[in-house]
Design a protein around this ligand. Sequence first.
Ligand code: NAD
Length: 292
Amino acid sequence: MVAKILDGRRIAGEIRNEVSDRIAAHTVRYGPIRLYAILVGHDRAARLYADSQRRRCLQAGVQHELVELPESTTQEQLLAEIDRLNADPGVTGIMLQMPLPPQIDPAAAQFRIDPYKDVEGVSPANIGWLFYDAPIIAPCTALAVVEMIHRSGVEVRGAEAVVVGQSRIVGRPIAMFLTTRMATVTACHIATRHLSAHTRRADILVVAVGKPNLIGADHVKPGAVVIDVGINSISVPGPDGQPLRKTVGDVKFDEVAAVASAITPVPGGVGPVTVAVLLKNVVEAARKQLAR
Ligand code: NAD
C-alpha cells in the first residue's frame, strides 16, 4: 500500500479562503479584527513564528500587533499586560508566543487570557468546555487535527483512535475531540507499556510527542490513517559533509507511508493547518464577543 499524502498546505488554503470572506464581512460591518501577539524576550523560533503569523493575518485582512516585552519581564508584569489587553475593547484576540523565559509560568499566563480572546483555545475555560463539546474557542492544534481528518474523508465514528502524547494543550484535547466524535480512543504517553501493542490497533493514529523516529512501520496497522503532529529540528549530513538542520515529525515517514492508507508529512502537514485554524479562531472570537 502507498499512503495518500494529506496535504496540509492545500487544506490550510481551503480554510483561509473560507475564513477570508468571513473576515471581510465582519470588518465592513463592525470594524477591523485585531490580533495581539505577546513576545517575551528574544527567542528566535518564537519570533519567526510570530512573523509568519503576521504575514498570514495581513493577507487574510486581520490586523496584527506584536507586543514585545524584554527578556527580564516578570510574571506580574506579563499578567498586567494581559489584563490590559483583556480590558481593551479594540483587542479581538490575544496569543502568547512560546517559549517564554524561565521566570514565567506559561500555564498561569495562558490562564489569565479572557476565554473570549483566547484565540489559541488554551485557557481552562476553553479546555474545560471541550468536555461538553462546546468550547468558546477550541484549541488550535487539536482543531487542526480534526480538520485534517474530516477534510480527508476519514470516518471517525466507531473508529479505533490512538493518540500518542497527552500534553494539556495538544494530545489531551485531541483525544477529547475524537471521543466526542464517537471514536473509541486510547490515550498513550510516556508511561505507556508496550506502545506498539496499542498503536497497532489504531484505525486513526495521532502522534504528538516531539521525538523523531518514535513511530515506525511496526507500530502501524496496515491501512491506518496517521497524523503526525510532532515538529523536531534534527541535524543531518549535508552534501558537503557539513551538518544541516532538517525539520521532521515523530513518524518515520517513508516506512510508515508504505503501510498506512493516509499520512501527514512534516513539514507541510498539521503545522500549516494549525496556522489557518488560528485565523478561523480569530474571526470566531470576534463573532462570539459581539454576542456576549
Ligand atoms: P509535551 O512535551 O508537552 O508533551 C509530550 C507528550 O508526549 C507527553 O504527554 C509525554 O508523556 C508523551 N511522551 C513522551 N515520550 C513518549 C514516548 N516515548 N512514548 C509515548 N509518549 C511519550 O509536547 P507538546 O507541546 O504536546 O508537543 C508535542 C509535539 O507536537 C512537539 O513536537 C511539538 O513541537 C509539536 N506541536 C506541533 C504543533 C503543530 O501545529 N503541528 C502544535 C503544537 C505542538
